[in-house]
Design a protein around this ligand. Structure first.
Ligand SMILES: [Zn+2]
Length: 569
């Protein structure tokens, strides 16, 4: 990491020129193809890597600036230009990938770079081809349309208007009347935009299916598994994992919900009560955003010298974008700048405990990127998506012993965090199974899709359906605001797999902190040198796909929850 790194706002803003990028990539591919020895091929590969880092850095810069202010015309134009141009860049890198995997110097390159990089490039080739550029372009612009539609949501509530993240606070307010009114306002508004969202999704499903067919796949699901780099697990393994969640976690989640309603004194629970856990209200973090950052500094100082150094580094260089603002995209993410060699954290603080979750979560991602920054082969720096989420979700749990810095009653937060994480699993697999169904039935009507969503909610979270049906008004179908379903298809089971591994870390941490932290750092440092199942196995973790692992991991958590005595909150 360069010590002299400028503060984020002082980074020069440059809109890359797509045609010149394509030209340069083609020239570098030609250079690779013309190499006369293994060493020459290796050098040409390195040159390409460096160039990809450079354009990756520029592109990420635009994407971040745009997500921070979607109303800025300059950024909007640049983002649009990128969305149109990026498929051309992908096509050009694909030509390089083709040359790379068929290089006569493959043996030499494997010696230098390992063999996994070849599998990666082979997947890239299987997942894209020039002939799907028109569809890929259309997909990008539909996703952009959805994102800005979501960011443009303005919900009138009690004389003011709020965007979706800002509504979170009222939806979980300790006053039941506020929750009810907020949910009513939310549903009424979202229902008014229902057809618009459905239409975008319908187009997305069709264009993705067309892409898959053009590439020779039976359905988009097969293509998506390749695009998601699922090197060592299959839809069948995922399906049986979902059944494990159904068998082990659904009944537990239902039991927890019932207990929570009892403790909170709620009879006849309605949908707007689901996020409300305690009579005394949900845990609310102390202080302003700046104060939360100060608390986080203290926490990371206590956790380890590395976390101490790196969190301060991020704060000092203005790499934390935490508050919700009008025009800002919703959600939270971390993204990495390969040339600046640092990440940024994007979130929408809204005064709920979610602020602490998102900060520790995204810092987990950031910390992984920091620990793996010196891996020489860029392709190995970051693991595949589900492995990335282990780093972030486990960090949420490693932060737990320091929650007295953020909360008056830290055990209340810890209970809520753990219970929420358990209750998340059935929701996560609902989102996943829904998508498997959608792409197996690409011609389904919006009504059929909503009906399937209902059926899956009934299977995995029957208590939600009951609470939803108890509303005096019609609630909008939840999946329409689950952005991943639109913009990152099939990227959701990843959270649930990672959640189970984060529970493994939590169990280990409670037994032996030093050992657990060492294991965590080792995992982060391995980056993406191995695919998911191999990576966790190499770190001595158990695979959630193995029968019985889920039950073994979840069981100790029930005891931990009991120990918090939620009945007293
Ligand atoms: Zn994450």
């Amino acid at each position: 990491m360069a010590k002299e790194l400028a503060k984020f706002e002082d980074w020069p803003y440059k809109v890359p020129h797509i045609k010149s990028i394509v030209k340069k990539i083609n020239a570098l591919s030609d250079e690779f193809k013309a190499s006369k020895s293994g060493e020459e091929a290796y050098k040409a590969y390195k040159k390409m890597s460096r160039y990809e880092d450079k354009i990756g850095d520029d592109i990420t810069h635009i994407q971040v600036l745009y997500s921070l202010d979607t109303t800025n015309k300059k950024y909007e134009k640049a983002e649009e230009m990128l969305n149109e141009g990026l498929p051309l860049v992908s096509a050009a890198t694909l030509n390089f990938a083709k040359a790379f995997v068929s290089s006569p110097y493959r043996d030499y390159l494997e010696k230098k770079l390992g063999s996994f990089i070849f599998t990666m490039y082979e997947y890239q080739l299987k997942g894209f081809d020039e002939k799907i550029i028109p569809e890929a372009t259309e997909e990008n612009s539909l996703v952009m349309k959805y994102d800005s539609a979501l960011a443009s949501c303005r919900i009138p509530f009690r004389g003011n208007v709020y965007n979706l993240p800002q509504m979170g606070k009222f939806l979980n307010d300790s006053d039941r009347e506020v929750r009810k009114e907020a949910r009513d306002a939310y549903d009424t508004y979202m229902n008014s935009r229902h057809d618009e969202f459905e239409e975008i999704y319908d187009k997305l499903v069709k264009v993705r299916t067309k892409m898959a067919q053009k590439l020779g796949y039976k359905s988009y699901t097969d293509l998506a598994y390749i695009k998601m780099n699922r090197f060592d697990y299959t839809p069948e393994m995922v399906a049986s994992y979902r059944e494990q969640i159904h068998d082990v976690v659904t009944p537990l989640a239902e039991k927890l919900m019932k207990e929570q309603f009892k403790y909170a004194g709620i009879k006849n629970p309605k949908l707007y009560d689901l996020g409300f856990k305690f009579k005394s209200g949900n845990p609310i973090p102390l202080g302003t955003t700046d104060e939360k950052v100060e608390h986080a500094k203290e926490m990371y100082k206590k956790l380890s010298p590395d976390t101490d150094y790196f969190f301060n580094f991020m704060a000092d260089h203005h790499l934390l974008f935490l508050d919700a603002k009008p025009g800002k995209q919703s959600g939270g993410y971390m993204t990495y700048f390969p040339v600046h060699k640092c990440p940024i954290i994007f979130s929408n603080f809204n005064g709920t405990a979610g602020d602490v979750d998102v900060l520790t979560h995204e810092f987990g991602h950031s910390f992984q990127a920091y620990l793996a920054r010196n891996i020489k082969v860029p392709e190995y720096r970051s693991p595949t998506m589900e492995s990335c989420e282990i780093d972030s979700m486990s960090m949420e749990f490693f932060a737990e012993p320091y929650m007295d810095l953020f909360f008056d009653v830290p055990d209340k937060y810890k209970y809520a965090h753990l219970a929420d994480s358990i209750e998340f699993l059935p929701y996560g697999v609902t989102v996943d199974e829904f998508q498997h169904w959608v792409y197996a039935n690409p011609n389904a009507t919006p009504e059929e899709r909503d009906a399937e969503w209902n059926a899956l909610e009934q299977k995995y979270t029957p208590y939600k359906v009951k609470a939803r049906e108890a509303l005096p008004w019609k609630s909008y179908p939840r999946w329409l605001t689950q952005a991943h379903i639109f913009d990152s298809p099939f990227y959701y089971i990843d959270y649930t797999l990672a959640q189970v591994l984060a529970f493994e870390f939590f169990n280990l941490d409670r037994k032996n902190h030093e050992k657990a932290w060492k294991k965590y750092v080792k995992l982060c440092k391995m980056g993406g040198k191995y695919p998911f199942v191999s990576l966790i196995t190499k770190d001595g973790l158990k695979s959630p796909f193995e029968p019985g692992v889920l039950k073994k991991t979840i069981n100790p958590l029930v005891k931990v929850l009991k120990g918090y005595h939620a009945e007293n909150f």
